[in-house]
Write a protein that binds this ligand. Structure first.
Ligand SMILES: C=CC1=C(C)c2cc3[nH]c(cc4nc(cc5[nH]c(cc1n2)c(C)c5CCC(=O)O)C(CCC(=O)O)=C4C)c(C)c3C=C
Ligand code: FE2
Ligand code: FE2
Length: 388
């Protein structure tokens, strides 16, 4: 085998407060996050939403020290994975490609080319597949590959999803057990999985396997934990006016409190690092909601970060992938259901001539409404909570 590389994919986060607005711009400019009927509207709208949301988002980042810890933690994970693989006699270089902030996926790709990597394993740091996370990164990579004959010579393979790997489940169960054992009566603690939400349309119209993988994942973690604690699954971090997966975390917390639950261990489930949605949203916002509703002890299970069992599992996934037939972007299908990787392809908007005329008119009205709202500081987007 020639020079081997591992490319870890992640979302990225603003390192400092000035990065928040451009980071949000990159996020909202991604058609896998906001899908618009006409591509030319994507960047003006991304500019508008990121500008309007920046203040609120900056306030949240200020509460966790002025920036996201994601880059530092992902670098620690990359280093630990590289060490683990080298200990196993596998000389690999590990690269980090973030979707919306530094080090960008494009930066990782130029390093991979510079180092003349011949065999590459592509591993998203999202245990469950979603169109909006791993899918978005795979789509970007596929575009980079299409444009670049040098990349096309690399023998690459993709690991699309890994929520059911035994080491991942064992590491999660270990962290949950450690947390609930700190309660006076561990057997009474309610285990509360808080997954990152996605709009319902991703699942129901575009066929995103995310919800099914989350449900299976939580039940596998509970089996691995092998205790009789009751558990709940809810979805957090809704953004914008459309319906997202339910139950929403804040509502589920209030419901459990109303049922008399007093002891809770909250488990973040969609992400393997601490980030703004664990440190600020769960630890501050949801804690306050829960305590006001009558929860007496609100425990929070930490993210995996560099948990040794987790890092060992990442290494095993890499060595397994190197020994298995390659999986390519075009053929990545979901293992259980053979769902195509880009189910949103069947989700394009109607584009007949008359539809185009109408689209243009609706877009103009929309932009004018947005401009008025921006000037007045109120309007439907504020009402939906999309703007700060
Ligand atoms: C508007 C749509 C969004 C979808 C769909 C979405 C899916 C999704 N996101 C994560 C993980 C993370 N998202 C993070 C930040 C973040 N995400 C959105 C929007 C959507 N996410 C916004 C606007 C932001 C910025 C923060 C804010 O203003 O609220 C992060 C944080 C990174 C960090 O800085 O630490 C993570 C992690 C998943 C797993 C997911 C779908 C499964
Ligand atoms: Fe997000
Ligand atoms: Fe989010």
């Amino acid at each position: 085998m020639g020079r081997v590389g591992v490319l870890l994919l992640n979302l990225g986060g603003p390192d400092k407060i000035e990065d928040v607005r451009p980071f949000l711009y990159n996020l909202f400019a991604d058609p896998e996050i906001i899908r618009l009927p006409f591509p030319w509207l994507q960047s003006p709208l991304a500019w508008l939403i990121s500008t309007l949301r920046a203040k609120r988002s900056q306030e949240n980042y200020m509460q966790i020290g002025g920036g996201s810890p994601l880059r530092r933690i992902t670098e620690e994970q990359a280093q630990a994975l590289q060490d683990q693989l080298r200990q196993r006699g596998q000389d690999v270089s590990v690269y980090i490609g973030m979707r919306y902030w530094h080090p960008f996926t494009e930066e990782a790709i130029s390093r991979i080319k510079r180092d003349q990597i011949e065999k590459l394993v592509i591993l998203p740091l999202y245990p469950q597949f979603s169109i909006s996370t791993s899918g978005s990164s795979f789509r970007l990579l596929e575009q980079l590959w299409e444009q670049d004959p040098v990349l096309q010579k690399i023998d690459y393979t993709v690991i699309p999803t890994w929520y059911d790997r035994p080491g991942y489940l064992a590491a999660m169960a270990d962290l949950i057990a450690q947390e609930i054992d700190q309660f006076e009566k561990p057997e009474d603690v309610h285990v509360f999985f808080s997954a990152h939400g996605v709009p319902v349309s991703y699942v129901e119209e575009a066929g995103d396997p995310y919800q099914r993988e989350i449900e299976e994942c939580t039940s596998l973690i509970m089996k691995t934990l092998n205790r009789s604690n009751p558990y709940t699954l809810a979805y957090q971090s809704r953004v914008g006016p459309v319906e997202w997966l339910q139950p929403y975390t804040e509502e589920a917390l209030e419901e459990l409190a109303a049922e008399g639950v007093k002891n809770l261990a909250v488990v973040p489930i969609s992400f393997v690092s601490e980030h703004i949605e664990t440190l600020q949203e769960i630890d501050m916002e949801y804690r306050e909601i829960a305590e006001e509703a009558g929860i007496e002890k609100f425990g929070r299970v930490p993210a995996l970060n560099t948990h040794p069992i987790f890092i060992q599992e990442l290494a095993t996934m890499v060595t397994d992938a190197l020994n298995a037939p390659s999986v390519h972007f075009s053929e990545v299908a979901h293992p259980q259901k053979r769902v195509k990787m880009y189910p949103q392809e069947g989700w394009e908007w109607g584009m007949t001539t008359s539809a185009e005329v109408w689209n243009g008119r609706v877009a103009m009205i929309g932009l004018i409404a947005l401009a008025i709202e921006m000037l007045l500081g109120r309007g439907p987007l504020h009402a939906f909570g999309l703007l700060g």
